[in-house]
Design a protein around this ligand. Structure first.
Ligand code: SAM
Length: 540
């Protein structure tokens, strides 16, 4: 068994990722080396990053791993998602898995599994060493703490090899930054709360690893970007950030892949976005500083307020009297803060106050579980964006609020009401925010629209003035081409889309016989135009 001393033998200062990386370069599609874009928050030691060992075309797989090293589900997802293969039972039927369910581990009753094989795999990987701790603990640990304890437990029981452990220990902990920003007290408390259930580890070891985990985890998602929890994987954790990334991470069940968004040259650094990179400059900078401890100097941030993400529909000076008054009332209560900074003039301060209010509404509505109340709040945010005349369709969070409205309409069963908003996103927003046609977010949002169109096509009573079977075929057709690049041809999502495409074509052939192909080629462009016009019906 590994002793506590061994943890210190692999302390970052003894580790040189570049050396380890050089040996790997020949075999691997990437290597780890000192990153020129990255300096630590203390600006003293250079950080590392992941570099391409060869060139990649856009839409290529750079590398994938059958599962992240460690992942932890969100508290709600612990109840309905397999803790081993991350099958989310709520979504399973859309992948053809009927009656999916999960059963709790009889010991700890904390983790659930979709089948015996998953339970066995998790048991052998780590759970046999932690089950008792979770059973005895009469509290639920935060997911990042669960990730921390799994890493330490696996190392303790020799289930993490030296190379992986070295990679982990080479990652920055940002402990000093946590001490400076006041979050270290909570980290210490969390470490204390867990130490009695995991007696093999000192609190200082837990604290250090917890800081490392907090600084290096990414969101665990489904193939369509629904959040499931947190993932930690030392290779992925070496990838640095850019608001103008050349790559992105997608998941397919437990499989996690890094794919290229743009051409990447040999020896170019591979960069992903840690945050929602469609947000305005000040918000992006604020989030990166607060959660990741750095000032972003990427190609997008270098342009400051001059990119499309920071466009206003009218200049701040043209704000109407009514909205100036509303902004002054908001300013009297609260300062808009750094995340909403627009400029120092009186008018810019007012615009910042209105912007802060829209973001407040956006954050507030996401916390609400009661549907009607959430939809009312979403509508009030949309109303503010629209009637102040400040927000162009693509400026966030106008688009995010519209997306939340669609989700809320769909869950209330108002399918046809949601379609114009989907058309609006498709026509007016996605091509601006994500100009790459195979951008995974664009593909996923178009797929949601295609599924809605398929549903409406099967409801012939609703006359929406569109040939819905043709509109759905047009959308499925488009996603079918793009998903191969965004998620990979062999991904579950690509297979699912292909199956729907075959069904649509089959139906068309049954109805039209030999004329089907001619008809489709003739009709798709016309129905596309009709669908695009539908965007004009969206109120916001
Ligand atoms: C997930 S880690 C990436 C690996 C890290 N460079 C290392 O060597 O441990 C995230 C940390 O890397 C640094 N980082 C990532 N992207 C950066 C960027 N664009 N500019 C400056 N620092 C960055 C920050 O310190 C951030 O907290």
């Amino acid at each position: 068994m590994t002793t506590q001393r061994d943890y210190h033998n692999y302390h970052p200062e003894h580790f040189h990722p570049e050396m380890a990386a050089k040996e790997e370069t020949n075999k691997s599609p990437y290597y780890i080396a000192v990153s020129p874009i990255c300096v630590t928050s203390k600006f003293s030691t250079p950080g590392n990053g992941l570099f391409a060992s060869r060139a990649f075309q856009p839409g290529s797989l750079i590398f994938s791993s059958p599962r992240p090293l460690v992942a932890a589900l969100d508290p709600d997802r612990l109840l309905d998602t397999c803790a081993n293969c991350f099958l989310w039972t709520i979504e399973a039927s859309s992948y053809g898995i009927e009656n999916a369910s999960v059963s709790a581990c009889m010991g700890c009753k904390t983790f659930r599994y979709c089948k015996k094989a998953c339970q066995k795999e998790a048991w052998n990987r780590v759970h046999k060493h932690e089950c008792k701790a979770y059973k005895n603990a009469n509290k639920q640990f935060p997911h990042a703490l669960r990730v921390t304890m799994e890493i330490l437990t696996r190392r303790y029981y020799e289930k993490l090899d030296d190379q992986t452990w070295q990679l982990i220990c080479g990652l920055s902990t940002h402990m000093d930054d946590f001490k400076k920003n006041g979050r270290f007290a909570d980290i210490q408390l969390a470490a204390k709360s867990v130490v009695s259930d995991f007696p093999h580890f000192d609190t200082n070891i837990i604290e250090e690893m917890y800081c490392r985990v907090l600084s290096n985890t990414f969101t665990l998602v489904t193939a369509t970007f629904d959040t499931l929890g947190l993932m930690f994987d030392p290779t992925f954790a070496y990838i640095n950030h850019s608001c103008d990334p050349n790559a992105y991470v997608v998941m397919d069940g437990p499989e996690v892949s890094l794919r290229s968004l743009r051409p990447i040259e040999k020896d170019e650094e591979i960069i992903i976005s840690y945050i929602e990179n469609t947000y305005p400059y000040s918000r992006r900078q604020s989030e990166l500083k607060e959660s990741w401890f750095f000032t972003c100097n990427c190609s997008k941030c270098a342009q400051g307020f001059k990119t499309i993400e920071d466009e206003w529909e009218i200049p701040p000076s043209k704000l109407s009297k009514e909205w100036k008054k509303k902004a002054d009332e908001l300013l009297a209560i609260q300062s808009p803060g750094d995340a909403n900074y627009v400029g120092d003039t009186e008018d810019e301060l007012r615009v910042a106050a209105l912007q802060a209010e829209v973001w407040r509404i956006c954050e507030e509505e996401q916390k609400l579980t009661e549907q009607v109340a959430a939809q009312d709040l979403i509508t009030s945010g949309l109303q503010l964006c629209k009637s102040s005349r400040l927000w162009p369709d693509h400026r966030q969070p106008y688009h995010a609020l519209r997306e939340d409205l669609i989700v809320s309409m769909l869950s209330a069963g108002h399918y046809s009401a949601a379609l114009p908003y989907c058309a609006k996103g498709y026509r007016d927003v996605l091509p601006i925010l994500h100009p790459e046609k195979a951008h995974p977010v664009r593909v996923v949002q178009t797929w949601r629209t295609a599924k809605l169109a398929l549903y409406l096509a099967a409801e012939p009573d609703k006359d929406l003035g569109l040939d819905m079977p043709m509109v759905s075929l047009m959308l499925v057709n488009e996603v079918e081409e793009m998903v191969k690049l965004s998620h990979g041809e062999s991904s579950s999502l690509a297979k699912l889309v292909h199956a729907r495409w075959l069904e649509c074509m089959g139906e068309m052939q049954r109805a039209m016989g030999d004329a089907a192909e001619w008809f489709v080629n003739e009709m798709i462009p016309k129905q596309r135009q009709a669908f695009l016009k539908m965007a004009d019906l969206a109120e916001y």
